[in-house]
Design a protein around this ligand. Structure first.
Ligand code: APR
Length: 294
């Protein structure tokens, strides 16, 4: 008879085996980025040509990310508010990927979604808000930079659409939406949820993100070493653009290496990847019902 495989861990771990594994999980954590909203018409940040950061020439910024830098905003808030008007999440509808996240919850498998997106499409898709961590904040509320008075979306939206700068009624300070700027701390909820969630996670899905921005791009190293990590993205991501390096700081390779990581990189669009996963999980009927009902 065949000698037993020298090292049983050296079996392939691909989307199919990942889906089989997922079917037994009940604490799945998702890390999402702008790539899950591009098919809804919202540009991501770093894709060449289509990414936001390559379309900001007209604001003659010192560098593209400046539009989201707090000190630049204090001196010149105009570019941000013009961009906010352009990006305003009003007509955007969730993508199949957003509905896949809702299906994970309806199947009682979703522990939490950590999203870097500020478009609130996870909420719009019907994911319960206690299952969502908006790591880079949200447009839903705004605060005066000076006296911290809170303002709601409607108040700020009206002023943005008149191409004016929203100013505080109390102290005339600049009002800034609660999206996290470079130079600002992340919401308390982000830090609170990390500790509990990444210990409990029995499966990690990383989807539609270049993993370029800290501290978000460290989260994938917090899961237990036996916790499989599935990256669904159009391109390899991370420092050296090697798909596996991105999802493990120690640069482990596919499942079965010395680090014994179960890492899967599924190179596709987010919507194709989740549709493939839905098929492998046998959830097509529920998924299509969800897509048709919304
Ligand atoms: N399907 C799959 N992958 C996609 C798709 C798609 N339809 N569209 C884009 N992508 C990929 C891109 O190839 C890229 O790797 O998604 C990734 C998007 O990366 P970024 O544009 O860098 O967006 P993100 O990772 O969310 O940026 C993180 O940067 O500026 C800050 O605060 C901002 O939250 C943002 C953070």
């Amino acid at each position: 008879d065949e000698p037993a495989a020298k090292d049983p861990v050296l079996t392939a771990f691909d989307l199919k085996t990942a889906a089989e594994y997922m079917s037994k999980c009940s604490n799945i954590v998702v890390m999402a980025g702008a790539g899950i909203s591009t098919s809804a018409g919202i540009p991501d940040f770093r894709s060449p040509e289509t990414g936001l950061y390559s379309q900001l020439e007209k604001y003659n910024l010192p560098f593209p990310e400046a539009v989201f830098h707090l000190d630049f905003f204090r001196t010149n808030p105009k570019p941000f508010f013009l961009l906010a008007k352009e990006l305003y999440p009003q007509k955007f509808t969730p993508t199949p990927t957003h509905y896949f996240l809702r299906l994970l919850d309806e199947k009682n498998k979703l522990l939490r979604i950590f999203t870097q997106n500020i478009d609130s499409l996870e909420r719009v898709a019907g994911v319960p808000t206690d299952k969502i961590v908006e790591a880079h904040g949200t447009f839903f509320t705004s605060h005066c930079l000076n006296c911290r008075k809170e303002y709601d979306l409607e108040f700020v939206k009206e002023i943005i659409f008149k191409d004016e700068i929203p100013r505080c009624k109390e102290c005339d300070g600049i009002i800034k939406p609660d999206i996290v700027f470079f130079g600002e701390g992340l919401p308390r909820r982000f830090h609170e949820c990390i500790n509990s969630d990444f210990d409990k996670a029995d499966f990690l899905i990383i989807i539609g993100t270049s993993l370029q921005v800290a501290p978000f791009n460290r989260l994938q190293t917090f899961v237990d070493k036996d916790c499989p990590r599935l990256l669904i993205n159009r391109e390899p991501v991370g420092k050296s653009k090697s798909p596996m390096d991105a999802i493990n700081a120690s640069g482990s390779l596919l499942y079965g290496t010395k680090a014994n990581r179960r890492d899967v990189f599924h190179q596709s669009t987010c919507d194709e990847g989740v549709t493939e996963l839905v098929k492998l999980l046998g959830w097509e009927d529920d998924f299509n019902k969800l897509l048709e009902s919304e």
